[in-house]
Every structure is written in C-alpha cells, then in structure tokens.
Write a protein that binds this ligand. Structure first.
Ligand code: FAD
Length: 461
C-alpha cells in the first residue's frame, strides 16, 4: 500500500474542509484534502448553489407570468414554457464552473487533493480508497470536516418518489404535484421554487408556523406569499404515510386527510455525518449527535480538529468556512478563537428572511431593549421593484443603544445581511447606523431608518 505523509490532513472537501485546506496551503503547511464525492461538498453540489440557481430560474419564469404586475408597468410577455431539462443543465453548469474554481484554488494553494473515501484508523492516520488505489496517509494534524446529510423521517425512508433535497435538486422533469414535509428554510426554498415553476405544492409542518427557526413575525410575510402562490400550507400537521401518490396527514385534533403528491420531499433537518469512516474508534467527546469542539475548533483529542456541520448548529456554509480559516491559522501558529458576535441566518424564500444576532424575544434576557421596525412600503427602491412587503427591524440595548440584533424580511434582503452582520461585529450603536450615509434609492436605507425609529425620529415613516 502506498504511504503518504503530511502536516495537515483534512477529511471532507465541503466549505469547512476546502477552506481549511486552502488557508493551510497559503501558510505553506503541507496539506492533503480527501473528498469522497466532489470538492465543494454539500453546499456547492447539492445545497446552497444549486438551490439558489433553481430559485432564480423559477423567479424569472414566475415574473414572466405575473400578468397583473407586467400590465401595471405597461408590459406583456408571450407564451412562456419551462424546459426543465435545460433549467437543470444550466444549474449544473453553474455548479461545475464553481467546482472547477475550488479545484483551481486548492491547486494554487499547493494543497494535494485526493478523491476517495477516507477511513480513520487513529487520530493521525487514515486509509483512503482513491480511484488511483489504496493509500495510507499519516498526518500531524487531522481536521474532520465530513459535514451532514439529510435526516430521514421514520416510516418515510428516502427512495423512489420520496426525495431528500439532494434528489429534489437532481430532478430533470417537473412533477405535477409535490408535497414538502418540513417548513424550514430548505423545504420552503425548494417548495417555493417548484410552485413558481407551475408544480402544485403542499407543505406540511408539525409546528404551528412556517420557518420555525426564525421568530414568528419574520415568517408571516412568507406564509402570506405562499398562500398567494397557491401553496397549501398545513401547520400543526403530521405526516403519517405515503402510498400511491398520496400523502396521509393528520392535524393536531387527529383529523386525517390525503394530499395528492407525485413526489414527496422530506426536509426535516440534517444530521451530522459521523458514521462509516471510523470516527467511533477515536472515541471523541460528543455534543449530542455532533462532535464536541472548543472555541478553537479543537476536539477532545490532541491535534484532532473539527469544523462545519459536523460540529453543530447553525449548520451553514459560512460558519463552516469561518471555522476552517480559524483552524488553519491556529495550525500556522497564530492565536485564534472562533468568537463571532453573530452568524447571519437567511431563508432564500419569497420574500427573503434575514436574522442576525438576537431576536427581540431572545434579547429580553439581556435587559430592557429598544425594538423598532421600518417597513419597505416607506422605501423608494422597494416601490420601484414593486416589492413593498416586509421590513427591517433593529433590536438595541435601551441604555447603551448597542445593536444586538437585526432582522429583515423582503425581496433581496439577503444582500443586506452583510451590513447587519458588520454592524454587530463592530459593536455599532443605533446612532452609528442612523448617521451612516446609505445610498439612495436602495433597500439598505431601511436599516438607518429602523435605527432612527428606535431613536424616535425615523424620517420616512
Ligand atoms: P459538507 O458541505 O457537507 O461537506 C462535507 C464533505 O465531506 C462532503 O462533500 C462529503 O462527500 C465529504 N465526506 C464525508 N465523509 C467523508 C469521508 N469519510 N471521506 C471523504 N470525504 C468525506 N448553507 C448556507 O450557508 N446557505 C445556504 O443558502 C444553504 N442552502 C442549503 C440548501 C440545501 C438544499 C442544503 C441541503 C444545504 C444548504 N446549506 C446552506 C447548508 C450548507 O450546505 C452546509 O452548511 C455546508 O455545506 C456545510 O459544510 P461542511 O464543510 O461542514 O460539510
């Protein structure tokens, strides 16, 4: 068997793993990255990127069919049609282009890459069955970045017409009807996209509202929009079984009904990938189903590190990448800790939802708060986009005016997350935000307006 040695061995080439490897390579550390399926991981191949490509294609198609909106602007469109095989091919092209980019960046950083499944034999050694044959790799530092996979629902195993997000994103023909179990961001992003492409979509959620991970006020505009799209949303409802193209559900009172669904998307969460690669043998301390890490992303075993979805919530690509950078810097001898003030969470639904830092409810525990909202109906840019639904909301400490949370709902507000997160990381006060000149006309103006509202003097409200 061929033997390789390196300073840093990274298992898993998703956002957590590939960023660790690139940064380690940039520091001149001899690094090997092993990836089982495709460099870029879940995010690039079956997550963030293909879902956003699908959402964009669906939105474009939907806008062409919104005759009332078109007529209001003096426009009309001809017959529209979806060639979903081509939609899929375009989406795959975006993924392929970015995957090529990740490969090039790893190469530029001097990282050795291997495509194959890695199995750990101890905290310093892995066996890799690569296409080029079996290899044993010895390292000084092991970085675990094996990510997560879709969680199945008991009684509804993936297979056939029961899809996880991975299979839903690989469809090459549109189903006539789709039922989505789970109204979290993944279920609603995909459900909305398919609805906009003309699929009859139903959503079933066991809790009492959509987007339960966000506070209730943020989910309401999304629920209204889903209704407008004709999506049948059943909250407080449990899925019981699926057979012959019908999903059997029961509401809280136990009343059963059947929902027609050519395909069923189960989107009830993701579970960390901790099995089938020898992790149990390391006997690492765990945090529930996740690998336990400290503020440096160190596991309970010396020189074994872990980043990304494997290590807990929020399971998001940007958290994984930020952790990866920290680990590489520590391995390069720098003193670092993962101590971010805030990690933005976004649902790319329609409208989009952003939450950074504390919600008004969560902030209450820190003392008295000032909470203010500025609605997009008072924002010029939102009106030119014909999207006056939604708002920006700030949560600030009543005494110090330090901003502890910012949330927004609205078309395209995902891009505002950068300003919100920067404000929190920099410890901004309401006065800082209100006094910053924001370009006109942009939706971003709703941010200083909300801060001004919290200070008692919003201009356009
Ligand atoms: P992963 O991306 O899961 O990568 C882990 C990699 O490790 C995989 O490629 C796997 O093949 C490899 N691997 C595992 N075990 C082994 C082994 N033994 N040997 C070799 N290789 C192995 N996040 C966002 O921030 N924004 C979004 O908009 C967003 N949208 C999403 C949409 C969908 C539909 C889904 C499913 C997820 C989405 N996410 C989003 C979540 C995001 O994809 C994850 O948080 C992110 O990919 C986690 O990165 P990671 O590096 O921890 O793991």
């Amino acid at each position: 068997m061929n033997e390789l040695r390196c300073r840093v061995l990274v298992i898993g080439g998703g956002p957590g793993g590939y960023v660790t490897a690139i940064r380690a390579g940039q520091f001149g550390l001899d690094t090997i990255l092993v990836e089982g399926e495709g460099f870029g991981g879940t995010c690039l191949h079956v997550g963030c990127i293909p879902s956003k490509a699908l959402i964009h294609a669906a939105e474009t198609f939907h806008a062409l069919g919104d005759e009332r909106a078109l007529a209001a602007m003096g426009l009309s469109s001809g017959a529209r049609a979806v060639d979903f095989a081509q939609t899929n091919a375009w989406k795959n092209g975006v993924v392929a282009r970015l995957a090529g980019g990740v490969g090039a960046l790893l190469k530029k950083a001097g990282v050795r890459t291997l495509l194959g499944h890695a199995t750990l034999t101890d905290g310093k050694t892995a066996l890799v069955s690569a296409d080029t044959g079996e290899l044993r790799i010895h390292c000084d530092h092991l970085v675990l970045a094996t990510g997560s996979e879709p969680a199945p629902l008991p009684g509804l195993p993936f297979g056939g017409d029961i899809l996880s997000s991975t299979e839903a994103l690989a469809l090459t023909a549109l189903p006539r009807s789709l039922a989505v179990i789970g109204a979290g961001y993944i279920g609603l992003e995909l459900g909305t996209a398919f609805a906009k492409l003309g699929v009859r979509v139903s959503v079933v959620e066991a809790l009492d509202r959509v987007l339960p991970a966000f506070d209730a006020e943020l989910g309401q505009p999304v629920a209204r929009h889903l209704q407008g799209l004709g999506v049948d949303v059943a909250t407080n409802t449990r899925a019981l079984g699926y057979a012959d193209g019908e999903l059997r559900v029961a509401n809280a009172a136990g009343v059963e009904r059947r929902i027609k669904a050519d395909k069923l998307l189960v989107a009830v969460g993701r579970t960390p990938r901790t099995r089938d690669f020898g992790l149990e043998g390391l006997d690492l301390a765990m945090n529930g189903p996740f690998v336990r890490i400290d503020e440096r992303c160190a596991t309970s075993m010396r020189n074994v590190w872990a980043v990304g979805d494997l290590t807990g919530e929020p399971m998001l690509a940007h958290r994984a990448m930020a952790q990866g950078e920290i680990v590489a810097e520590i391995l390069a001898g720098k003193k670092r800790a993962f101590d971010k003030v805030a990690i933005p969470a976004i649902a790319f639904t329609d409208p989009e939802v952003v939450s950074v830092g504390l919600s008004p409810e969560a902030a209450k525990e820190r003392g008295e708060m000032r909470v203010a909202t500025f609605p997009f109906r008072g924002n010029g840019r939102a009106l030119t986009l014909r999207r006056e639904d939604g708002f920006v909301r700030v949560v600030a400490h009543a005494d110090t005016h330090v901003v502890l949370g910012v949330q927004a709902v609205g078309a395209g507000v995902s891009e505002l997350s950068a300003a919100f997160t920067l404000a929190l990381e920099m410890g901004a006060r309401l006065e800082d935000i209100a006094a910053t000149v924001h370009a006109h006309p942009t939706q971003s103006e709703a941010f200083p307006e909300a801060a001004s509202a919290a200070l008692g003097h919003a201009l356009h409200m």
